[in-house]
Design a protein around this ligand. Structure first.
Ligand SMILES: [Zn+2]
Length: 445
């Protein structure tokens, strides 16, 4: 049943709406070289787009996607000409180098820049906060591939195979949306038998980001593992500002410097009321990071929140290259504390709001597991872009009350009716027009 489009009430920015973004993603997929022998009945671009559609629709498994094979909407709305079956999808995507997917994220990012959509996320002096955090999404004692990390149990010798990724996202403390950049897989690297780690992944990822965005002004926000001299020197080389967690146990020398600065009256302290308690910032600029790197000077930022009983409730410390003043200290604390956003707004959303982040859609022998996780992050980027830029998407989300309800509703509309565009679909959802229709299509209910 083809539904007539309703009257247009909500304006959409064409390029930053679902229809524009799906077309953009498809065009970027089409540039990825298909290294298979000629004559394959299903194209790589159709296969990539099908996997992307699985994550855009939040299908819980490839079987659920498989049931959509005759769905006209998949062909029309996701521009897929020939749909692969689930086995074909896994076979075709397994050899795809995950690096090839990075430019697809870049296409969406450039569109956001072109549409001036990132401006609200500027945090300080024209720079964006770039949050980094790693997480695992796969662990098994049986299933494994060439890219798996291998953890061997010291006593039993039992091998556990794992996949982790280092995610990176632009975020702002005042905005719910985060803009993920392509993540860096933490996985077995070619030509080495040693396991990869988050620190190495961060090094690779930040270099790639600088290469892809030479002019982008960034303040990198990471946890305490990052506040070491080699990493800080690397950030300085890449022309990236930083706010990095610093723990007393890792930075005895630095904390001693702070105590000495307190005694010499070189520390500036600001206090203000927070709820029933009090917040306090102490800072000192230009102190050496540690004894063996006395030439590497950082600015030290210490934040404590006290309860009404005068006991500290929260304590955070950071090192930064940004010069701290009484005027910007509170803002920089907010920047450092924004790091939780990557856990909350990225990983928790992927894990708990319908994305099935930890579901194994297929592991493959080479890259499949990594390719799927990158495509899921891409679908998340496209969703976050809609959330940031598309009033129609936001109106439907508001009406339905939650992301889960939004995805459930989207899938059921998608399954039962034929739409001319995603805009059409969202408008039908927003105005409740499906209820006025005759019985749903019979071929796939
Ligand atoms: Zn694996």
């Amino acid at each position: 049943m083809v539904m007539p489009p309703p009257r247009q009430i909500v304006n959409v920015r064409k390029h930053l709406s679902a229809d524009g973004l799906y077309a953009l993603v498809r065009a970027a997929f089409a540039k990825i070289p298909d290294l298979r022998r000629e004559g394959s009945p299903i194209s790589l671009v159709d296969t990539l787009m099908s996997a992307f559609a699985t994550f855009a629709l939040k299908d819980p498994s490839l079987l659920a996607f498989e049931e959509r094979r005759n769905d006209q909407n998949l062909r029309d709305l996701f521009h897929i000409q020939r749909l692969p079956c689930d086995t074909q999808m896994r076979e075709i995507l397994d050899p795809v180098d995950p690096e090839q997917l990075r430019p697809v994220f870049g296409s969406v990012f450039r569109e956001l820049q072109r549409g001036q959509a990132l401006k609200p996320l500027v945090f300080y002096q024209g720079s964006y906060l770039l949050l980094l955090d790693g997480t695992g999404y796969f662990s098994s004692q049986q299933i494994h591939c060439d890219s798996c990390l291998k953890k061997v149990h010291a006593e039993t010798g039992q091998v556990t195979y794992q996949h982790q990724m280092l995610a990176a996202a632009l975020a702002h403390p005042d905005h719910k949306e985060v803009i993920p950049l392509p993540p860096e897989p933490i996985c077995q690297q070619d030509g080495t038998t040693k396991n990869d780690c988050e620190r190495n992944a961060a090094k690779r990822l930040l270099r790639k980001i600088r290469q892809e965005h030479p002019q982008l002004r960034l303040i990198v926000v990471e946890d305490g593992l990052a506040s070491n001299a080699p990493h800080i020197r690397e950030l300085i080389d890449l022309h990236m500002h930083f706010i990095l967690g610093a723990k007393p146990g890792d930075h005895e020398f630095l904390f001693d410097q702070l105590i000495a600065a307190f005694e010499d009256d070189r520390v500036t302290t600001i206090t203000w009321k927070v709820g029933d308690g009090q917040a306090e910032i102490s800072f000192v600029n230009q102190v050496p990071l540690n004894e063996s790197n006395s030439d590497l000077l950082v600015n030290f930022l210490h934040y404590v929140e006290y309860g009404p009983d005068g006991e500290p409730r929260k304590v955070f410390t950071w090192v930064t290259d940004l010069h701290i003043t009484p005027g910007n200290a509170r803002l920089l604390v907010r920047g450092g504390r924004a790091r939780w956003k990557i856990e909350n707004e990225t990983f928790n959303t992927l894990k708990n709001q319908g994305y099935h982040y930890e579901h194994n859609y297929g592991h493959g022998k080479q890259h499949l597991s990594v390719v799927f996780s990158m495509l899921m992050m891409l679908a998340f980027l496209v969703d976050q872009t809609q959330q940031l830029c598309c009033p129609l998407f936001r109106a439907v989300w508001k009406k339905l009350g939650s992301k889960r309800a939004l995805w459930d509703n989207l899938r059921s509309h998608f399954r039962h009716f034929v739409f001319q565009s995603m805009k059409h679909l969202y408008e039908v959802m927003l105005f409740g027009l499906a209820k006025n229709l005759p019985a749903p299509r019979l071929d796939s209910s």
